[in-house]
Design a protein around this ligand. Structure first.
Ligand code: 5CA
Ligand code: ZN
Length: 430
């Protein structure tokens, strides 16, 4: 489906290198560049379930991976990026039936609002933006393939009645190099607890293992369904991301991304369906953004404790200030949004802009040529190198902002740093 307009990124003197990013599977910083020189790096970030508007928690997660993509581009890598839209799933259908709206209209409206929010925040759009309803047939075919290979099985409510299809975790573990729990590092009790809390059904009678995840839900009255080789129904949640990632990016992808609420079960068990489908590991790294809280709890659509990007935009808040408020926190931290976070960001943005206006014109301050500067291409200045160095180690945006703060303070926020703030942090100062 249509994504949103791409921001224009200025070229910078010099280059970034492959960044070190924290991988939850390895539990270490890993270098993330192309698997072989010249190959693209690939990114899949789990997209929204469009039943309510983009809140600052979503925005923080998408900004984390936007920063990764900006560093990759600055390193000269070709990037291919895919994101899904969970436009048919229980929470969306429940919201639509509670308000009496057609679920398709609700999803279309919220996806459009998300696009406007992402474009306003200058988030680089995915190359492939794929709604689940666009890939029902490939998902059903994947489920049928898993059934045929003994890696998925039916569970009927009544003998001979229509059946839901479940992933056979143990069979997949035997058939692939994948094992449940290897991304999340949870023990079985921990997995069972989170599975129950996050959309799973560990107690469902007839399953071979409590952790087996729903792949295909047979048609129920009042719910949308599609005909398929595994019977009329609709996809379960995790399989959509496994199928879309494999179709759009191949396997293994460089990075599977999302918020830390998705580490288990979604990414942990989803890596199993992906491995079962492709015969290869799903991703080289599993990267997760921390949770943004508000009023003491995780900001979430289901709890309703939200600060919406669109509400801030409607109130006339500069999207650059929203970005700056979110980038002021390290992407892996869990933190609580407060109104003062926005005020601080607005103050900082005003300080930076004033510093640009009063900075010495760049013509008077030629950056000193170093090994990187040749053939008329200016070398990177020391502050630009410092911003790159900060982002190089686990996308440390707070450290990058501190470099710009120091330049603003000393009247040295010159044109190459202004361009870096635009290209690497997504904020226009001039
Ligand atoms: N559609 C699924 C993923 S396939 C989903 O989780 N949708 S979502 O709308 O609930 O979340 C969209 C993205 O925002 C996910 O990556 C999720 O991890 C992230 N997210 C949700 N709430 C927060 C929060 N409070 N702080 C940070 N990130 C969040
Ligand atoms: Zn997902």
């Amino acid at each position: 489906m249509r994504s949103w307009p791409a921001p224009r990124l200025p070229e910078l003197p010099g280059r970034s290198t492959a960044p070190l990013v924290y991988d939850d599977q390895e539990r270490a910083l890993v270098e993330l560049g192309p698997a072989a020189p010249g190959e693209p790096v690939t990114l899949y970030v789990c997209g929204i379930t469009p039943y309510d508007a983009t809140h600052l928690g979503h925005a923080a997660t998408y900004l984390a991976f936007d920063t990764l993509q900006r560093v990759w581009r600055d390193a000269g890598f070709a990037v291919r990026y895919a994101q899904n839209v969970t436009d048919v799933d229980d929470p969306l259908l429940e919201r639509a039936s509670a308000t009496g709206e057609d679920w398709r209209d609700l999803a279309a409206r919220e996806v459009e609002r998300f696009r406007l929010d992402m474009a306003a925040l200058a988030v680089i759009p995915p190359d492939a933006y794929v709604a689940v309803t666009e890939v029902i047939d490939p998902i059903a075919a994947a489920v049928a393939d898993l059934v045929a290979r003994g890696l998925a099985y039916p569970v009927a409510e009544a003998p001979g009645g229509p059946a839901d299809i479940y992933f056979d975790t143990a069979a997949a573990e035997a058939a692939t190099a994948w094992a449940a729990g290897e991304e999340s590092h949870l023990d079985r009790a921990g997995m069972l607890r989170l599975f129950g809390e996050r959309g799973g059904d560990p107690g469902r009678a007839g399953k071979r293992d409590a952790l087996d995840a729903l792949l295909w839900r047979h048609a129920r009255p009042g719910e949308p369904s599609w005909p398929s080789p595994v019977g009329a129904g609709r996809p379960g949640w995790h399989i959509e991301c496994s199928v879309i990632a494999a179709r759009e990016l191949g396997a293994p992808i460089t990075v599977q991304g999302g918020g830390s609420d998705l580490l288990f079960p979604h990414h942990d068990l989803g890596a199993g369906t992906a491995a079962a489908l492709t015969g290869r590991p799903h991703a080289r790294a599993y990267v997760h953004a921390g949770m943004v809280a508000y009023r003491g709890e995780k900001m979430s659509k289901s709890l309703g404790n939200l600060v919406l990007v669109s509400a801030l935009r409607d109130a006339g808040v500069d999207p650059g200030a929203i970005r700056l408020a979110l980038l002021a926190r390290h992407y892996r931290d869990d933190w609580e949004w407060t109104d003062s976070a926005l005020v601080d960001a607005q103050t900082r943005l005003a300080r930076w802009r004033a510093a640009v206006d009063s900075a010495t014109p760049p013509a008077d301050r030629p950056p000193k040529a170093t090994g990187g500067g040749h053939g008329g291409v200016p070398a990177e200045s020391a502050p630009l190198a410092a911003v790159r160095a900060a982002l190089h180690v686990d996308l440390d945006t707070p450290a990058a902002l501190a470099v710009v703060d120091a330049a603003a303070q000393t009247g040295t926020l010159t044109s190459d740093l202004v361009a870096a703030v635009d290209a690497l942090l997504g904020i226009r100062l001039a």
